[in-house]
Ligand binder design. Structure first.
Ligand SMILES: Nc1ncnc2c1ncn2[C@@H]1O[C@H](COP(=O)(O)OP(=O)(O)O)[C@@H](O)[C@H]1O
Ligand SMILES: O=P(O)(O)OC[C@H](O)CO
Length: 494
Protein backbone atom coordinates (compact mmCIF):
# COMPACT_ATOMS: atom_id res chain seq x y z
CA UNK A 1 0.00 0.00 0.00
CA UNK A 2 1.40 3.44 -0.87
CA UNK A 3 1.90 6.06 1.84
CA UNK A 4 -1.07 8.43 2.37
CA UNK A 5 -0.57 11.76 0.60
CA UNK A 6 -0.68 14.80 2.84
CA UNK A 7 -0.70 18.52 2.10
CA UNK A 8 0.93 21.08 4.37
CA UNK A 9 -0.55 24.57 4.69
CA UNK A 10 1.13 27.49 6.44
CA UNK A 11 -1.46 30.08 7.51
CA UNK A 12 0.55 33.09 8.64
CA UNK A 13 -2.22 35.25 10.20
CA UNK A 14 -2.14 38.59 11.99
CA UNK A 15 -2.11 37.21 15.51
CA UNK A 16 -0.88 33.66 15.09
CA UNK A 17 0.81 31.25 12.74
CA UNK A 18 -0.93 27.95 12.11
CA UNK A 19 0.44 25.07 10.14
CA UNK A 20 -2.21 22.54 9.23
CA UNK A 21 -1.75 19.10 7.75
CA UNK A 22 -4.56 17.92 5.43
CA UNK A 23 -5.28 14.52 3.95
CA UNK A 24 -6.05 14.05 0.26
CA UNK A 25 -9.78 14.67 0.89
CA UNK A 26 -9.17 18.12 2.39
CA UNK A 27 -9.68 16.98 5.99
CA UNK A 28 -7.43 18.62 8.62
CA UNK A 29 -5.51 15.89 10.47
CA UNK A 30 -3.04 17.92 12.52
CA UNK A 31 -2.69 21.58 13.54
CA UNK A 32 0.15 23.43 15.27
CA UNK A 33 -0.51 27.05 16.26
CA UNK A 34 1.57 29.75 17.93
CA UNK A 35 0.54 33.33 18.79
CA UNK A 36 3.20 36.03 18.42
CA UNK A 37 3.83 39.55 19.69
CA UNK A 38 1.83 42.54 18.45
CA UNK A 39 4.02 45.65 18.55
CA UNK A 40 2.25 49.03 18.89
CA UNK A 41 5.07 51.65 18.86
CA UNK A 42 2.77 54.69 18.47
CA UNK A 43 -0.91 55.55 18.01
CA UNK A 44 -2.02 53.87 14.78
CA UNK A 45 1.27 52.00 14.24
CA UNK A 46 1.32 48.17 14.22
CA UNK A 47 4.43 46.06 13.63
CA UNK A 48 5.54 42.42 13.77
CA UNK A 49 9.03 41.06 14.36
CA UNK A 50 9.90 39.12 11.18
CA UNK A 51 12.29 36.78 13.02
CA UNK A 52 9.56 35.88 15.51
CA UNK A 53 7.18 35.16 12.62
CA UNK A 54 9.85 33.05 10.88
CA UNK A 55 10.45 31.09 14.08
CA UNK A 56 6.71 30.36 14.50
CA UNK A 57 6.62 29.12 10.90
CA UNK A 58 9.64 26.85 11.39
CA UNK A 59 8.35 25.46 14.71
CA UNK A 60 4.80 24.77 13.51
CA UNK A 61 6.03 23.25 10.22
CA UNK A 62 8.40 20.93 12.07
CA UNK A 63 5.55 19.74 14.29
CA UNK A 64 3.26 19.10 11.33
CA UNK A 65 5.97 17.30 9.33
CA UNK A 66 6.70 15.08 12.34
CA UNK A 67 2.97 14.33 12.66
CA UNK A 68 2.79 13.36 8.98
CA UNK A 69 5.76 11.00 9.44
CA UNK A 70 4.14 9.42 12.47
CA UNK A 71 1.06 8.72 10.35
CA UNK A 72 3.29 7.14 7.69
CA UNK A 73 2.42 9.88 5.19
CA UNK A 74 4.32 11.71 2.47
CA UNK A 75 3.89 15.44 1.92
CA UNK A 76 2.81 16.02 -1.68
CA UNK A 77 3.05 19.79 -1.50
CA UNK A 78 3.12 22.90 0.64
CA UNK A 79 0.78 25.90 0.36
CA UNK A 80 1.31 29.32 1.95
CA UNK A 81 -1.41 31.78 2.91
CA UNK A 82 -0.83 35.01 4.79
CA UNK A 83 -2.05 38.20 6.34
CA UNK A 84 -1.95 40.29 3.20
CA UNK A 85 -0.72 43.89 2.84
CA UNK A 86 1.85 43.53 5.67
CA UNK A 87 5.15 44.63 4.15
CA UNK A 88 8.78 43.62 4.57
CA UNK A 89 12.08 44.60 3.01
CA UNK A 90 15.18 42.43 3.31
CA UNK A 91 18.74 42.22 2.02
CA UNK A 92 18.96 40.03 -1.08
CA UNK A 93 22.33 38.58 -0.02
CA UNK A 94 21.81 37.92 3.68
CA UNK A 95 18.02 37.59 3.87
CA UNK A 96 18.16 39.95 6.88
CA UNK A 97 15.21 42.31 7.14
CA UNK A 98 15.94 46.05 7.36
CA UNK A 99 12.90 46.97 9.50
CA UNK A 100 10.04 45.25 11.30
CA UNK A 101 7.06 44.12 9.24
CA UNK A 102 4.65 47.04 8.89
CA UNK A 103 1.27 45.44 9.45
CA UNK A 104 -1.80 45.97 7.23
CA UNK A 105 -3.58 47.75 10.12
CA UNK A 106 -0.82 50.37 10.38
CA UNK A 107 -1.85 53.98 9.62
CA UNK A 108 1.56 55.74 9.68
CA UNK A 109 1.37 56.62 5.99
CA UNK A 110 -2.02 58.23 6.24
CA UNK A 111 -0.57 61.73 5.58
CA UNK A 112 1.15 60.51 2.40
CA UNK A 113 -2.09 58.98 1.18
CA UNK A 114 -4.03 62.14 2.07
CA UNK A 115 -1.67 64.29 0.11
CA UNK A 116 -1.75 61.97 -2.94
CA UNK A 117 -5.55 62.06 -2.79
CA UNK A 118 -5.48 65.86 -2.54
CA UNK A 119 -3.30 65.94 -5.65
CA UNK A 120 -6.06 64.04 -7.47
CA UNK A 121 -4.37 60.66 -7.94
CA UNK A 122 -7.02 58.41 -6.41
CA UNK A 123 -9.08 57.81 -9.56
CA UNK A 124 -6.02 56.53 -11.46
CA UNK A 125 -4.99 54.30 -8.54
CA UNK A 126 -8.48 52.82 -8.26
CA UNK A 127 -8.81 52.34 -11.99
CA UNK A 128 -5.60 50.31 -12.16
CA UNK A 129 -5.56 48.48 -8.82
CA UNK A 130 -9.22 48.24 -7.76
CA UNK A 131 -8.09 49.73 -4.40
CA UNK A 132 -8.43 53.13 -2.73
CA UNK A 133 -5.55 55.41 -1.83
CA UNK A 134 -5.28 54.22 1.76
CA UNK A 135 -2.42 53.40 4.17
CA UNK A 136 -3.89 49.86 4.48
CA UNK A 137 -2.16 48.74 1.29
CA UNK A 138 1.56 47.97 0.88
CA UNK A 139 2.65 50.71 -1.57
CA UNK A 140 3.03 53.63 0.84
CA UNK A 141 4.52 51.35 3.53
CA UNK A 142 7.38 50.33 1.21
CA UNK A 143 8.37 53.95 0.58
CA UNK A 144 8.13 54.70 4.32
CA UNK A 145 10.65 51.94 5.15
CA UNK A 146 13.06 53.10 2.43
CA UNK A 147 12.91 56.70 3.62
CA UNK A 148 13.14 55.84 7.32
CA UNK A 149 16.91 55.21 7.22
CA UNK A 150 19.06 57.31 4.90
CA UNK A 151 21.11 54.50 3.41
CA UNK A 152 18.16 52.29 2.43
CA UNK A 153 17.22 54.25 -0.72
CA UNK A 154 20.80 53.96 -1.94
CA UNK A 155 20.86 50.24 -1.18
CA UNK A 156 17.56 49.82 -3.03
CA UNK A 157 18.94 51.72 -6.05
CA UNK A 158 21.97 49.41 -5.89
CA UNK A 159 19.67 46.37 -6.26
CA UNK A 160 20.58 45.09 -2.78
CA UNK A 161 17.06 44.95 -1.33
CA UNK A 162 13.93 42.88 -1.88
CA UNK A 163 10.31 43.72 -0.98
CA UNK A 164 7.67 41.17 -0.19
CA UNK A 165 4.39 40.55 1.53
CA UNK A 166 4.70 37.81 4.16
CA UNK A 167 4.19 34.97 1.65
CA UNK A 168 7.09 36.25 -0.41
CA UNK A 169 9.36 36.63 2.63
CA UNK A 170 8.53 33.08 3.78
CA UNK A 171 9.07 31.73 0.26
CA UNK A 172 12.49 33.40 0.17
CA UNK A 173 13.46 31.95 3.54
CA UNK A 174 11.94 28.50 2.89
CA UNK A 175 13.84 28.14 -0.40
CA UNK A 176 17.10 29.28 1.18
CA UNK A 177 17.06 32.61 -0.67
CA UNK A 178 16.58 30.98 -4.08
CA UNK A 179 13.11 32.27 -4.99
CA UNK A 180 11.77 35.84 -4.92
CA UNK A 181 8.16 35.49 -6.01
CA UNK A 182 4.58 36.05 -4.90
CA UNK A 183 1.16 35.21 -6.32
CA UNK A 184 -1.36 37.43 -8.11
CA UNK A 185 -3.70 37.80 -5.10
CA UNK A 186 -0.99 39.16 -2.81
CA UNK A 187 0.29 41.40 -5.61
CA UNK A 188 -3.25 42.76 -6.02
CA UNK A 189 -3.08 44.21 -2.48
CA UNK A 190 0.07 46.27 -2.93
CA UNK A 191 -1.39 49.30 -4.77
CA UNK A 192 1.46 49.05 -7.32
CA UNK A 193 -0.01 46.15 -9.33
CA UNK A 194 -2.36 46.56 -12.26
CA UNK A 195 -5.07 43.92 -11.79
CA UNK A 196 -6.27 44.21 -15.40
CA UNK A 197 -3.02 43.45 -17.23
CA UNK A 198 -1.47 41.53 -14.30
CA UNK A 199 1.75 43.58 -14.24
CA UNK A 200 3.60 45.78 -11.79
CA UNK A 201 2.74 49.29 -12.96
CA UNK A 202 5.43 51.88 -13.72
CA UNK A 203 3.13 54.87 -13.20
CA UNK A 204 2.13 53.61 -9.74
CA UNK A 205 5.73 52.77 -8.84
CA UNK A 206 6.74 56.32 -9.74
CA UNK A 207 3.80 57.82 -7.82
CA UNK A 208 4.64 55.89 -4.65
CA UNK A 209 8.41 56.15 -5.09
CA UNK A 210 9.02 52.39 -5.13
CA UNK A 211 11.98 51.08 -7.20
CA UNK A 212 11.03 48.19 -9.52
CA UNK A 213 14.24 46.31 -8.57
CA UNK A 214 12.65 45.44 -5.20
CA UNK A 215 9.73 43.52 -6.62
CA UNK A 216 9.05 39.78 -6.69
CA UNK A 217 7.96 37.83 -9.75
CA UNK A 218 4.18 37.33 -9.78
CA UNK A 219 2.94 33.78 -10.43
CA UNK A 220 -0.43 32.00 -10.57
CA UNK A 221 -1.77 30.85 -7.20
CA UNK A 222 -1.11 27.20 -8.07
CA UNK A 223 2.43 27.20 -9.47
CA UNK A 224 5.84 25.72 -9.04
CA UNK A 225 7.18 28.11 -6.40
CA UNK A 226 10.33 26.07 -5.66
CA UNK A 227 11.46 23.55 -3.03
CA UNK A 228 12.10 23.99 0.68
CA UNK A 229 15.78 24.04 1.61
CA UNK A 230 16.55 20.44 2.80
CA UNK A 231 18.49 21.88 5.76
CA UNK A 232 15.26 23.21 7.27
CA UNK A 233 13.14 20.08 7.58
CA UNK A 234 15.54 17.27 6.66
CA UNK A 235 13.69 16.85 3.36
CA UNK A 236 12.78 19.01 0.43
CA UNK A 237 9.09 19.83 0.02
CA UNK A 238 7.51 21.25 -3.13
CA UNK A 239 5.98 24.71 -2.57
CA UNK A 240 3.01 24.61 -4.92
CA UNK A 241 0.38 27.12 -3.78
CA UNK A 242 0.20 30.72 -2.51
CA UNK A 243 -2.74 33.08 -1.90
CA UNK A 244 -3.52 35.94 0.47
CA UNK A 245 -5.56 34.65 3.40
CA UNK A 246 -8.90 36.13 2.34
CA UNK A 247 -8.54 34.76 -1.18
CA UNK A 248 -7.47 31.37 0.20
CA UNK A 249 -10.57 31.39 2.42
CA UNK A 250 -12.77 31.98 -0.65
CA UNK A 251 -11.06 28.98 -2.29
CA UNK A 252 -11.43 26.88 0.90
CA UNK A 253 -15.12 27.85 0.94
CA UNK A 254 -15.38 26.73 -2.71
CA UNK A 255 -16.71 30.11 -3.85
CA UNK A 256 -15.97 29.33 -7.47
CA UNK A 257 -19.16 30.62 -9.13
CA UNK A 258 -19.97 34.30 -9.71
CA UNK A 259 -22.19 35.57 -6.88
CA UNK A 260 -20.83 33.15 -4.25
CA UNK A 261 -19.77 35.00 -1.11
CA UNK A 262 -17.75 34.30 2.02
CA UNK A 263 -16.90 36.32 5.10
CA UNK A 264 -13.92 35.53 7.33
CA UNK A 265 -13.90 36.64 10.98
CA UNK A 266 -10.31 36.71 12.26
CA UNK A 267 -8.45 39.81 13.45
CA UNK A 268 -10.42 41.77 10.88
CA UNK A 269 -13.38 40.69 8.77
CA UNK A 270 -13.26 40.43 5.01
CA UNK A 271 -16.20 39.71 2.72
CA UNK A 272 -15.39 38.53 -0.81
CA UNK A 273 -17.91 38.00 -3.62
CA UNK A 274 -16.76 36.13 -6.71
CA UNK A 275 -17.49 38.21 -9.84
CA UNK A 276 -16.07 35.75 -12.40
CA UNK A 277 -13.79 37.02 -15.15
CA UNK A 278 -15.08 40.60 -14.76
CA UNK A 279 -13.37 43.18 -12.58
CA UNK A 280 -16.48 45.04 -11.38
CA UNK A 281 -16.01 48.52 -9.90
CA UNK A 282 -17.98 49.45 -6.83
CA UNK A 283 -19.86 52.74 -6.60
CA UNK A 284 -19.81 52.44 -2.80
CA UNK A 285 -16.14 52.24 -1.84
CA UNK A 286 -15.78 48.47 -1.90
CA UNK A 287 -12.58 47.10 -3.40
CA UNK A 288 -12.03 45.17 -6.61
CA UNK A 289 -9.48 42.44 -6.15
CA UNK A 290 -8.11 39.26 -7.71
CA UNK A 291 -9.98 36.29 -6.17
CA UNK A 292 -7.48 33.84 -7.68
CA UNK A 293 -5.42 33.33 -10.83
CA UNK A 294 -5.14 29.79 -12.16
CA UNK A 295 -3.64 28.65 -15.48
CA UNK A 296 -3.14 32.31 -16.41
CA UNK A 297 -6.87 33.08 -16.04
CA UNK A 298 -7.89 35.72 -13.52
CA UNK A 299 -11.09 35.48 -11.46
CA UNK A 300 -12.06 38.72 -9.74
CA UNK A 301 -13.94 39.59 -6.56
CA UNK A 302 -15.54 42.55 -4.86
CA UNK A 303 -14.26 42.92 -1.30
CA UNK A 304 -15.47 44.65 1.84
CA UNK A 305 -12.72 45.08 4.46
CA UNK A 306 -13.37 45.58 8.18
CA UNK A 307 -10.24 46.33 10.19
CA UNK A 308 -11.34 45.23 13.68
CA UNK A 309 -13.40 42.12 14.37
CA UNK A 310 -11.51 39.59 16.55
CA UNK A 311 -9.00 42.39 17.29
CA UNK A 312 -11.70 44.03 19.42
CA UNK A 313 -12.26 40.78 21.33
CA UNK A 314 -8.52 40.60 21.95
CA UNK A 315 -8.71 44.13 23.34
CA UNK A 316 -11.45 43.05 25.77
CA UNK A 317 -9.11 40.26 26.90
CA UNK A 318 -5.68 41.93 26.84
CA UNK A 319 -6.52 45.65 27.07
CA UNK A 320 -9.56 45.84 29.37
CA UNK A 321 -9.13 42.43 31.01
CA UNK A 322 -12.91 41.95 31.24
CA UNK A 323 -12.81 38.47 29.68
CA UNK A 324 -10.26 35.74 30.33
CA UNK A 325 -10.49 34.13 26.93
CA UNK A 326 -12.17 35.06 23.64
CA UNK A 327 -14.69 32.26 24.00
CA UNK A 328 -16.03 33.80 27.30
CA UNK A 329 -17.66 36.48 25.15
CA UNK A 330 -20.37 34.07 23.99
CA UNK A 331 -21.90 33.29 27.40
CA UNK A 332 -21.60 36.93 28.50
CA UNK A 333 -23.39 38.29 25.41
CA UNK A 334 -26.13 35.66 25.44
CA UNK A 335 -26.66 36.25 29.17
CA UNK A 336 -28.11 39.71 28.45
CA UNK A 337 -31.67 40.20 27.20
CA UNK A 338 -30.57 42.96 24.82
CA UNK A 339 -27.80 45.46 24.17
CA UNK A 340 -29.29 48.00 26.64
CA UNK A 341 -28.59 50.79 24.13
CA UNK A 342 -24.80 50.38 24.26
CA UNK A 343 -22.82 50.54 20.98
CA UNK A 344 -19.07 50.13 20.50
CA UNK A 345 -17.39 51.31 17.29
CA UNK A 346 -14.04 49.43 17.12
CA UNK A 347 -12.18 52.01 15.03
CA UNK A 348 -8.88 51.28 16.84
CA UNK A 349 -6.93 51.73 13.60
CA UNK A 350 -9.50 53.72 11.65
CA UNK A 351 -12.46 52.40 9.67
CA UNK A 352 -12.28 50.42 6.43
CA UNK A 353 -15.14 49.79 3.97
CA UNK A 354 -17.32 51.61 3.25
CA UNK A 355 -16.09 54.64 5.29
CA UNK A 356 -12.32 54.53 4.66
CA UNK A 357 -11.45 56.90 7.43
CA UNK A 358 -7.87 56.34 8.65
CA UNK A 359 -8.14 58.98 11.39
CA UNK A 360 -11.33 57.69 13.08
CA UNK A 361 -10.75 56.11 16.50
CA UNK A 362 -12.83 53.77 18.66
CA UNK A 363 -15.76 54.91 20.76
CA UNK A 364 -18.50 53.64 23.06
CA UNK A 365 -21.98 55.23 23.14
CA UNK A 366 -25.08 54.88 25.28
CA UNK A 367 -23.47 54.14 28.67
CA UNK A 368 -25.69 54.51 31.75
CA UNK A 369 -25.06 53.81 35.46
CA UNK A 370 -26.41 50.28 34.78
CA UNK A 371 -23.90 49.57 32.01
CA UNK A 372 -21.12 47.16 32.90
CA UNK A 373 -18.58 44.81 31.35
CA UNK A 374 -21.32 42.55 29.94
CA UNK A 375 -22.81 45.40 27.89
CA UNK A 376 -19.37 46.25 26.51
CA UNK A 377 -18.68 42.64 25.58
CA UNK A 378 -22.05 42.32 23.84
CA UNK A 379 -21.61 45.65 22.05
CA UNK A 380 -18.21 44.46 20.79
CA UNK A 381 -19.65 41.28 19.30
CA UNK A 382 -22.63 43.19 17.87
CA UNK A 383 -20.26 45.68 16.22
CA UNK A 384 -18.95 42.86 14.03
CA UNK A 385 -22.51 42.20 12.82
CA UNK A 386 -23.33 45.87 12.17
CA UNK A 387 -20.09 46.39 10.26
CA UNK A 388 -20.89 43.35 8.10
CA UNK A 389 -24.37 44.76 7.53
CA UNK A 390 -22.84 48.05 6.34
CA UNK A 391 -20.84 46.08 3.76
CA UNK A 392 -23.96 44.26 2.60
CA UNK A 393 -25.83 47.58 2.26
CA UNK A 394 -23.00 48.87 0.05
CA UNK A 395 -23.02 45.66 -1.98
CA UNK A 396 -26.77 45.73 -2.43
CA UNK A 397 -26.52 49.30 -3.69
CA UNK A 398 -23.90 48.06 -6.16
CA UNK A 399 -26.45 45.48 -7.36
CA UNK A 400 -24.79 42.50 -5.62
CA UNK A 401 -27.53 40.70 -3.67
CA UNK A 402 -26.31 37.41 -2.24
CA UNK A 403 -28.82 35.13 -0.49
CA UNK A 404 -26.46 32.82 1.42
CA UNK A 405 -23.30 33.80 3.28
CA UNK A 406 -20.56 31.25 4.06
CA UNK A 407 -18.57 32.19 7.17
CA UNK A 408 -15.28 31.08 8.68
CA UNK A 409 -12.36 32.28 10.84
CA UNK A 410 -11.58 32.06 14.54
CA UNK A 411 -14.68 34.00 15.67
CA UNK A 412 -17.33 31.81 14.06
CA UNK A 413 -16.98 29.16 16.75
CA UNK A 414 -19.17 31.63 18.65
CA UNK A 415 -22.75 30.45 17.91
CA UNK A 416 -24.33 33.55 19.46
CA UNK A 417 -22.30 35.78 17.18
CA UNK A 418 -23.20 33.84 14.03
CA UNK A 419 -26.92 33.89 14.88
CA UNK A 420 -26.74 37.62 15.63
CA UNK A 421 -24.98 38.08 12.29
CA UNK A 422 -27.74 36.23 10.45
CA UNK A 423 -30.37 38.35 12.28
CA UNK A 424 -28.61 41.66 11.71
CA UNK A 425 -27.82 41.15 8.02
CA UNK A 426 -31.11 39.27 7.52
CA UNK A 427 -29.44 36.50 5.55
CA UNK A 428 -28.99 32.74 5.79
CA UNK A 429 -25.49 31.99 7.14
CA UNK A 430 -23.67 28.70 6.62
CA UNK A 431 -20.75 27.51 8.70
CA UNK A 432 -18.69 24.73 7.08
CA UNK A 433 -17.40 21.58 8.75
CA UNK A 434 -13.83 22.78 8.14
CA UNK A 435 -13.59 26.31 9.53
CA UNK A 436 -9.83 26.42 8.85
CA UNK A 437 -10.82 27.45 5.33
CA UNK A 438 -7.84 29.76 4.91
CA UNK A 439 -5.36 26.93 5.42
CA UNK A 440 -7.64 24.63 3.42
CA UNK A 441 -7.54 27.05 0.47
CA UNK A 442 -3.73 27.00 0.51
CA UNK A 443 -3.75 23.19 0.70
CA UNK A 444 -6.27 23.04 -2.17
CA UNK A 445 -3.94 25.17 -4.32
CA UNK A 446 -0.91 23.01 -3.51
CA UNK A 447 -3.05 19.90 -4.17
CA UNK A 448 -4.20 21.23 -7.56
CA UNK A 449 -0.61 21.89 -8.62
CA UNK A 450 0.68 18.50 -7.45
CA UNK A 451 -2.19 16.45 -8.89
CA UNK A 452 -3.77 15.50 -5.55
CA UNK A 453 -6.92 17.29 -6.74
CA UNK A 454 -8.12 17.33 -10.34
CA UNK A 455 -10.15 20.52 -10.69
CA UNK A 456 -12.15 23.24 -8.94
CA UNK A 457 -15.24 20.99 -9.24
CA UNK A 458 -13.29 18.32 -7.41
CA UNK A 459 -12.50 20.84 -4.63
CA UNK A 460 -16.12 22.01 -4.43
CA UNK A 461 -17.27 18.42 -3.85
CA UNK A 462 -15.43 18.42 -0.48
CA UNK A 463 -17.30 21.44 0.96
CA UNK A 464 -19.74 20.44 3.72
CA UNK A 465 -22.10 22.62 5.80
CA UNK A 466 -21.84 22.03 9.55
CA UNK A 467 -24.54 24.48 10.72
CA UNK A 468 -27.14 26.68 9.06
CA UNK A 469 -28.28 29.91 10.77
CA UNK A 470 -31.60 31.43 9.62
CA UNK A 471 -32.54 35.05 10.36
CA UNK A 472 -35.00 35.13 13.21
CA UNK A 473 -35.29 38.72 14.45
CA UNK A 474 -38.47 40.83 14.13
CA UNK A 475 -37.91 43.55 11.49
CA UNK A 476 -38.73 46.36 13.92
CA UNK A 477 -36.14 45.20 16.46
CA UNK A 478 -33.55 44.92 13.71
CA UNK A 479 -34.34 48.40 12.41
CA UNK A 480 -34.04 49.90 15.91
CA UNK A 481 -30.67 48.24 16.53
CA UNK A 482 -29.30 49.34 13.16
CA UNK A 483 -30.55 52.90 13.70
CA UNK A 484 -28.60 52.98 17.00
CA UNK A 485 -25.46 51.78 15.23
CA UNK A 486 -25.87 54.33 12.43
CA UNK A 487 -25.98 57.09 15.05
CA UNK A 488 -22.84 55.75 16.75
CA UNK A 489 -21.00 55.66 13.41
CA UNK A 490 -22.13 59.18 12.53
CA UNK A 491 -20.84 60.48 15.88
CA UNK A 492 -17.54 58.61 15.46
CA UNK A 493 -17.01 60.18 12.06
CA UNK A 494 -17.78 63.72 13.28
N1 LIG B 1 -15.34 32.13 20.65
C1 LIG B 1 -14.91 33.32 20.19
N2 LIG B 1 -15.71 34.39 20.23
C2 LIG B 1 -15.31 35.58 19.74
N3 LIG B 1 -14.09 35.80 19.19
C3 LIG B 1 -13.24 34.76 19.12
C4 LIG B 1 -13.60 33.47 19.62
N4 LIG B 1 -12.55 32.64 19.41
C5 LIG B 1 -11.58 33.38 18.81
N5 LIG B 1 -11.99 34.65 18.64
C6 LIG B 1 -11.22 35.77 18.03
O1 LIG B 1 -10.83 35.32 16.74
C7 LIG B 1 -9.54 35.83 16.42
C8 LIG B 1 -8.67 34.71 15.94
O2 LIG B 1 -9.13 34.28 14.71
P1 LIG B 1 -8.08 33.85 13.58
O3 LIG B 1 -8.92 33.41 12.42
O4 LIG B 1 -7.15 32.88 14.18
O5 LIG B 1 -7.37 35.25 13.34
P2 LIG B 1 -6.05 35.69 12.52
O6 LIG B 1 -5.93 34.72 11.37
O7 LIG B 1 -6.38 37.07 12.09
O8 LIG B 1 -4.88 35.67 13.45
C9 LIG B 1 -8.97 36.47 17.66
O9 LIG B 1 -8.96 37.87 17.46
C10 LIG B 1 -9.93 36.07 18.77
O10 LIG B 1 -10.11 37.15 19.67
O1 LIG C 1 -5.32 38.05 9.88
P1 LIG C 1 -6.67 38.13 9.29
O2 LIG C 1 -7.24 36.76 9.06
O3 LIG C 1 -7.64 39.03 9.96
O4 LIG C 1 -6.47 38.72 7.79
C1 LIG C 1 -5.79 39.89 7.57
C2 LIG C 1 -6.03 40.37 6.16
O5 LIG C 1 -5.39 39.60 5.20
C3 LIG C 1 -5.65 41.82 6.00
O6 LIG C 1 -5.98 42.28 4.73
Amino acid sequence: MSAPRHLLAIDQGTTSTRTVLFDDKGQPIFTAQTEFTQIFPQDGWVEHDPEEIWQTVLDTCKQAIAASKEMGGTIAGLGITNQRETSLIWDKKTGKTVYNAIVWQDRRTSETCHSLRDQGHEAMVTEKTGLLLDPYFSGSKIAWILDNQPELRARADNDELAFGTIDSFLLWRLTGGKVHATDATNASRTMIYNIHNNQWDDELLALLNVPASLLPEVLDCASDFGQTDPELFGESIKIAGIAGDQHAAAIGQACFEPGMIKSTYGTGCFVLVNTGDKAISSEHRLLTTIAYRLNGETTYAIEGSIFSAGAAIQWLRDGLGIIKSASDSEAIASGLDGNHGVYLVPAFTGLGSPHWNAEARGSIYGLTRDSGPAEIVRATLESVCYQTNDLFKAMNEDGVKPSILRVDGGMVKNDWLVQQLSDTVDIQVQRPVVTETTALGAAFLAGLQTGVFASLDDLASYWRCEADFEPNMPAQERDTLIAGWDKAIARTLL
